[in-house]
Design a protein around this ligand. Structure first.
Ligand code: AMP
Ligand code: GLY
Length: 419
């Protein structure tokens, strides 16, 4: 089978590496891919969000199955365009992708169907939002309604910070039209868990849990990023919590989406916080997490293509999906300055990565050389029979990889080890 994967990050590299292990896959294309993906797939120079070009390429090259991996193409309707051209896809259509594409849609869905989440108010008028901030509880959380590259969430510790956030998002349009509406949300506390799931709109199968490390610096200090490292499984998410979440969050969400006329097919990502009052949904994503995919997929002990096809054909209930009884750790090596300004084009030197695998996030080939091409550059992943072993092997590989200005957290998995 000929497969087309849309996207260019570490998540796409992880999906492609897992698909490449399927005996039925004969050829993988990536649009646009990156320097590491190029070792497993043919990279074509088409942006994932250029949906017409993607569809024309898929038709011209007789693609059998497509995987739009990131939120921008999914929210823009890549699945609708490809499937109407006769190409089956793994992923939600445009209507279902709203669960990530609009915070207001997802919060209203949870309210309507009693799915536990933080209390909230919606504003499309900056003046009303600013009035509300005069009396609401502090800290508070302000979220742009639309996609904002993972940066549209501001935790305001003071009333002044909250006011500034509303001005930036709504009046200065820091995230463009994504900020025409905002959600102001109750501030919650507790450990966070990422649970990705496979769902065909009727059945939901949670994958192994994981723990992202979103802040830029050790000790969860510094700015929010797309994720600086991740471990799986997440020790805070035990069997009792899992059972509770399945009954009160996962199944109700799948049923709610179907009841709303937009059944969700693909990978639904539940971002959860285990608060003193029980688990709450912090966010939904309509796709695999990045870097969560880089630890969860290496632990999958089933054929990913078989799962993708079962989801697309709505027969997920027939499958038995198996997981390895192992742990995984992924450490992100980022460009100095990320998530703010950083420079690219620096040569990357690799040594022998030993027991680790290097997922590429922001790299490209420049002649014979591999150079940095993004904020998050590499995701160094190792698996092991214990979390400690996975962490040690990942960091051993980090030590022998270098590029100018490289930075990474040194404490990925520390909180999980201390649990
Ligand atoms: P999101 O982009 O929605 O995942 O938010 C980014 C991060 O902000 C989350 O991973 C949390 O750490 C934090 N966050 C989001 N919503 C809340 C909330 N209601 N209370 C506390 N922290 C939050
Ligand atoms: N790692 C968080 C995300 O993919 O949204």
């Amino acid at each position: 089978m000929k497969i087309l994967v849309l996207g260019s990050g570490g998540r796409e590299h992880a999906i492609i590496r897992a698909l490449a292990q399927s005996p039925r896959v004969t050829k993988i294309y990536a649009a646009p891919g990156n320097g590491g993906i190029a070792q497993l797939a043919e990279c074509v120079d088409i942006e994932a969000t250029d949906i017409e070009k993607v569809r024309d390429f898929a038709v011209a090259n007789a693609i059998d199955f497509a995987v739009p991996a990131g939120d921008p193409p999914l929210v823009a309707g890549a699945v609708d365009a490809l499937e109407s051209a006769g190409i089956p896809c793994f992923g939600p259509n445009k209507a279902a992708a709203q669960i990530e594409g609009s915070k207001v849609f997802s919060k209203d869905l949870m309210r309507k169907y009693n799915i536990p989440t933080a209390g909230y108010e919606v504003f499309d008028d900056a003046k009303k939002a600013l009035e509300y901030l005069e009396t609401c509880a502090i800290p508070t959380v302000i979220k742009a309604d639309g996609l904002a590259l993972g940066k549209g969430v501001i935790i305001a510790q003071t009333r002044d910070e909250a006011r500034a956030a509303v001005r930036e998002i709504m009046l200065e349009q820091k995230f463009g039209a994504s900020g025409n509406r905002i959600v102001v949300e109750e501030f919650l506390t507790g450990p966070e868990v990422s649970v990705l799931s496979f769902t065909d709109g009727k059945t939901v199968v949670p994958m192994m849990s994981s723990m992202d490390h979103k802040r830029a610096l050790d000790g969860d200090e510094g700015l929010n990023t797309g994720g600086m490292g991740v471990i799986a499984p997440n020790p805070f998410y035990d069997a009792d919590v899992a059972k509770w979440c399945e009954a009160n969050i996962f199944t109700p969400t799948i049923e709610a989406m179907a009841a709303e006329g937009c059944p969700f097919k693909g990978c639904l990502y539940f971002g959860l916080m285990l608060t003193p009052n029980g688990p709450r949904v912090i966010e939904y994503n309509c796709r695999f997490g990045d870097p969560e995919a880089q630890v969860v997929l290496p632990l999958l002990d089933s054929d990913l293509l078989e799962i993708f096809e079962a989801v697309q054909q709505e027969r997920l209930a027939e499958l038995n999906i198996a997981w390895k009884d192992e742990h995984a750790c992924c450490v992100i090596m980022a460009s100095g300055g990320y998530p703010e300004k950083y420079s690219t084009g620096h040569a990357i030197t690799f040594g022998d990565a030993g027991h680790a695998f290097v997922y590429h996030a922001g790299t490209k080939c420049k002649g014979e050389e591999l150079v940095t091409a993004g904020g998050r550059v590499l995701g160094i992943t190792a698996t092991g029979s214990s979390l400690q072993q996975a962490i040690d092997q990942a960091y051993a590989a980090v030590d022998i990889i270098s590029f100018s200005g490289a930075f990474y957290r040194t404490d990925i998995g520390k909180k999980a080890l201390e649990f």
